[in-house]
Design a protein. Structure first.
Length: 134
């Protein structure tokens, strides 16, 4: 089976646009790693080739978060890894649905990575509804 560790997450305010799309709020913090929202696996996948994150935003800025990968050990803990997935390895598409921006961000990754973690180590929140790991 797969086991996950997550922290600094909550359900958005009831009735909000984020609640209506079924999103989960991940806290962001650019200066204190202990206050950074994160989610990742603690038991290995057989090999990660792609990670897709569906997120939402009611403002005019694109979502920002980072992904860390490892072939040997879980990368989701209280320290932010030095090595993150290169932004050049991702593509993001945007749709507007009933006044809320929906972003689908796809990271194509190489190597024999078995562990991933998504970190919101920037300011503001990340509202996501799905994370697919292939």
């Amino acid at each position: 089976g797969i086991s996950y560790l997550a922290c600094k997450m909550c359900k958005p305010a009831e009735g909000s646009d984020y609640d209506k799309v079924g999103a989960i709020q991940m806290q962001g913090n650019a200066s204190d790693a202990s206050k950074t929202g994160r989610i990742g696996n603690t038991l290995p996948y057989s090999g990660i080739t792609k990670i897709t994150v569906v997120s939402y935003n009611t403002g005019d800025f694109d979502p920002n978060f980072n992904i860390a990968l490892s072939a040997t050990a879980p990368v989701v803990d209280t320290t932010i890894p030095d090595s993150m997935v290169n932004a050049a390895d991702m593509t993001t598409t945007k749709e507007v649905l009933d006044g809320i921006n929906k972003y689908t961000t796809v990271y194509n990754v190489s190597g024999n990575n078995k562990y991933f973690a998504i970190y919101k180590n920037t300011s503001g929140g990340l509202y996501w509804s799905s994370i697919t790991v292939e």
